[in-house]
Write a protein that binds this ligand. Sequence first.
Ligand code: TTP
Ligand code: MN
Ligand code: MN
Ligand code: MN
Length: 385
Amino acid sequence: PKPSADPPATTVKSYACQRRTPLKHHNTFLTDALEILAENAEFNENEGRSVAFRRSASVLKALPHVVRGMDDLKNLPCLGEHSVRVIKEILEDGTSSEVESTRQSEQYQAMKALTGVFGVGVKSADRWFREGLRRPLDLIHTGQKLNLAQQAGVQYYNDLNRPVTKREAVAISHIVEKAVNAVLSGAIITLMGGFRRGKEVGHDVDFLITHLEEGAEEGLMPKVLNWLEEQGLLLYQKTTRNSYLESKDGPARPPHNLDRFERCFSIFKLEKGKEGSGTSLNTSYDSGTTEGITGTTEQPGPSWRAVRVDLVVSPFSQFAFATLGWTGSKLFERELRRWAGQEKGMSLSSHALYDSKQRYLRANSEEEIFAHLGLEYIPPSERNA
Ligand code: TTP
Ligand code: MN
Ligand code: MN
Ligand code: MN
């Protein structure tokens, strides 16, 4: 067959939430390169640039074929001049000099290593980089003041940078189910994030917890955490309000929601060799319970590993929005909100959807939210934008 003599009329829609993006696609050699540049732009706190590269990469992920030449880019949306230049270089030379020099650069490597520590954001990493720090261990050697999250991040650095397998995610699910059921019966626990989109590995495990009876979920998070703590299963935890609530451009919403939607960033202690057995609970630990990360010098050894877990509790009335908001990918979420705002004059968050007249639009399922937004339903496995 002639490759691109007669380019197929592949119409790619311009918002990621209008397209199907499978987990495995045909253009990793290009998207990996563009995503290095996106990541580097994030390290330089250039959000506009970062999003532009991520959007370009995402368009290529949605293509049903390998990009072999510049003709294949005809009629594709979102490809800015810079991205096109990078793609052209890779198609012609096999690599892009900009991508390679970024990859090799001291700043990129140090920022990657430092932001790879749980609890370390771009701002801290950049400050430390400018002070001459390069590796996570430099934080210890130079006696940097670290908050509790960062202390845990350093302590469990190796484990937290090792991918979490689906098998381990299932084992963690069993623990979370046991914990939740111990303090409230009839709660619904759903695996979110990358694993819901079909990923085989992840950097953490995300859960959304709700209850059919509105209000029954109130006060659940502290009880669950207490239970986990008592069992010695928590290495670190911090509960915060949902970050979407902090954003100034979020939708108007009833103030009582502010206190009802909780999120917990945590690190679980997962016993090895218990995955898939249905229970990972075993009280024969080498040391007692831990409080935060204080009072423990124990390191992940042969018997257990540390796993990042995100827990979110949502009232049932917001469950569909929370489900959509916590499934990802991050770009897909961002594009959904941009679509809602720019194309529909609506306002979408992981709590609610408001129309252009600030009227709340009820939804009991993700399908209903897509319908409100005038979008074709995209299943989780096709949201890997
Ligand atoms: P992550 O766990 O960061 O990413 P992921 O699960 O897609 O991939 P990984 O394998 O690396 O873990 O985020 C999961 C989803 O949660 C993501 O779509 C964004 C969403 N989310 C937040 O991160 N913060 C929030 O406050 C809300 C409401 C959602
Ligand atoms: Mn995740
Ligand atoms: Mn991630
Ligand atoms: Mn997460």
